[in-house]
Every structure is written in structure tokens, then in C-alpha cells.
Design a protein around this ligand. Structure first.
Ligand code: GUN
Length: 283
């Protein structure tokens, strides 16, 4: 049986450290503040943003949530973003994805002040990651959280074969860059790929497809580390990942569950990076 990578436990450990950093910053008169902009009616996004707000308040981080209607124009959104970009009391800005179709999401993400871009999606920060720069910059929260899991569970990356299933801006691409920077041999798959052809040989598999049954036991090498980023609802209305957990856990060396795996890591990395941006803001 695989070791279960416990995202809740690791997130708690990181959140405890973040809370300490918040107390220290406040004693130096820096009050970490995260602003989240949520446009439209997407119910999953509303749920995620509520969780982010609750966690920020628990850790002593000021949290602003700006809700805007489904028919918001790009100009209206830009006006709010510009205000936050120039407000010295706001250290971190997150624009919840997806945005309604009348808004050019790629364009908007590029307009975030790179010093406040807590998601690391802005061109300069994404470029720093791609170029493996050693300067301080924020990195996409979900893949950065996965890297913390590798560290905590002593999963070696250097010289290992890693397969990332999915090439999204939020997970697949930054995950691949982080693994490349850590010295892994990385293959990134899209929906054309015959998944098992690549994963059968992999030491590390990260699945971020949002599709049930992306990975079954026969697709996984004995002892591999399997990270499931998927958050899907099955036919019984239950939250499940991309991976057939029960059967893959019998083959893998390490595996993340859903829920309780990658999910809590995304939020704890968001909080950690908000505090880092607050720290870097006076430099
Ligand atoms: N939507 C789903 N995940 C994310 C995330 O990590 N950041 C943002 N901005 N939107 C998301």
C-alpha cells in the first residue's frame, strides 16, 4: 500500500508558520492584505473564494473580496484592478479564474502589478519561473504546494522521470517548470496523448485533467509518486480526483487523496505567498 500524502496535515504546519510571520510583520507595522476579485456566478469559484477568505482571517491576514456581476465589462474590471494595483495597503491581488467570456482573461492577468501577483500568472513572474531565476517572485500556488509535498515526503526529483498530465496556465505549465528546475526529466501531456504509454515508465505523475479515471493501476509503475490535482464530482455527487485512488494506491509508493490532498495546499501557499509579498513590499 502506498504512503498517503496528507495535504491537510502539511497545510496546517505551513499555516502555523504563516500565522507566526503575520504576528511578526504586524509588530513591525506591516499588515498583510490580500484582495480577491471574483467576477460572475460560477458556484465553484464562489466556494473557493469563501475558503480563501476564511483562512486569511484565521491567520490574521486582512482579506478583501470584491464581487462583481456576471455582466461586468473589461473596463469595469480594469478600473478595480488599477485601484488595487496602486493601493499601498494591498500586498497581494488574486483574480479568480475563470472569468466571464466577455473578458479577455490572458490580457487581464498581464495587467496585475507583478509585485502583487500572488498567483505568479503575470508575464514577468511566469518568465522568472521559466528561466529559473533565483530572485524572489511568486509562483502559482497549486504546483508550488505540490513541490512542498515532495519536500515533506522526501520524494527525490533530480534525474527522475516526471509526467505532467495537462498543460494549463494554472497547474500544468508551472508544474512542469518547477520540476524542470528541480532537475527532473519532464514530459507534459495534452488530450491527444495515450497517457499510459508515458506514465507506465514514470517515477512521478501529476494529473491535472479534471477528468475521472485519467489514471488506473495498470498505468502506474510500482513505487511511483502519484499527485492528483483533479477536483471532480462523480455520479453519486461525491468529490473525487482524476485518479482511481483505491486501485492506484495498491501500486504507487506515495499518493495524494481527494479530498485532503492538493486542495488544502493551494490555499496554504496562497496565504504564505501573501505574507511573502507583504515582506518584500518594503524592499
Ligand atoms: N481558479 C482555480 N484555481 C485558481 C488559482 O489558483 N488562481 C486563480 N486566480 N484562479 C483559480
Amino acid at each position: 500500500m502506498a504512503t498517503i500524502i496528507d495535504g491537510r496535515k502539511l497545510a496546517k504546519k505551513i499555516n502555523d508558520e504563516t500565522a507566526k510571520q503575520v504576528t511578526k510583520l504586524k509588530s513591525e507595522n506591516v499588515f498583510p492584505c490580500l484582495a480577491v476579485i471574483l467576477v460572475g456566478d460560477d458556484q465553484a469559484s464562489h466556494r473557493y473564494v469563501r475558503s480563501k477568505h476564511r483562512k486569511a482571517e484565521q491567520l490574521g491576514i486582512k482579506s478583501i473580496v470584491k464581487e462583481m456581476p456576471e455582466n461586468t465589462t473589461q473596463e469595469d474590471l480594469m478600473q478595480v484592478l488599477n485601484e488595487y494595483n496602486n493601493d499601498d495597503d494591498i500586498h497581494a491581488i488574486l483574480i479568480q479564474s475563470p472569468l466571464p467570456k466577455q473578458i479577455d482573461e490572458k490580457f487581464i492577468m498581464k495587467q496585475i502589478n507583478p509585485k502583487k501577483d500572488v498567483d505568479g500568472f503575470q508575464t514577468i513572474n511566469a518568465g522568472n519561473l521559466f528561466l529559473n531565476e533565483s530572485t524572489n517572485y511568486p509562483v502559482a500556488c497549486t504546483p508550488n504546494g505540490v513541490m512542498q509535498m515532495f519536500k515533506e515526503y522526501n520524494v527525490a526529483l533530480e534525474g527522475k522521470k516526471a509526467v505532467v498530465i495537462g498543460r494549463s496556465t494554472i497547474v500544468g505549465r508551472p508544474m512542469a517548470a518547477l520540476l524542470i528546475n528541480a532537475g527532473a526529466e519532464v514530459t507534459v501531456l495534452n488530450h491527444f496523448a495515450e497517457v499510459s504509454q508515458y506514465t507506465k515508465d514514470a517515477d512521478i505523475i501529476v494529473s491535472a485533467t479534471g477528468k475521472l479515471h485519467t489514471l488506473r493501476a495498470a498505468d502506474v509503475k510500482a513505487g511511483a509518486t502519484v499527485i492528483d490535482v483533479g477536483q471532480n464530482v462523480d455520479e453519486n455527487g461525491k468529490l473525487v480526483g482524476d485518479v482511481d485512488f483505491d486501485e492506484v494506491a495498491k501500486v504507487a509508493g506515495n499518493i495524494t487523496p481527494v479530498p485532503g490532498g492538493v486542495g488544502p495546499m493551494t490555499i496554504c501557499m496562497l496565504m504564505k505567498q501573501t505574507v511573502q509579498l507583504a515582506k518584500w513590499s518594503d524592499k
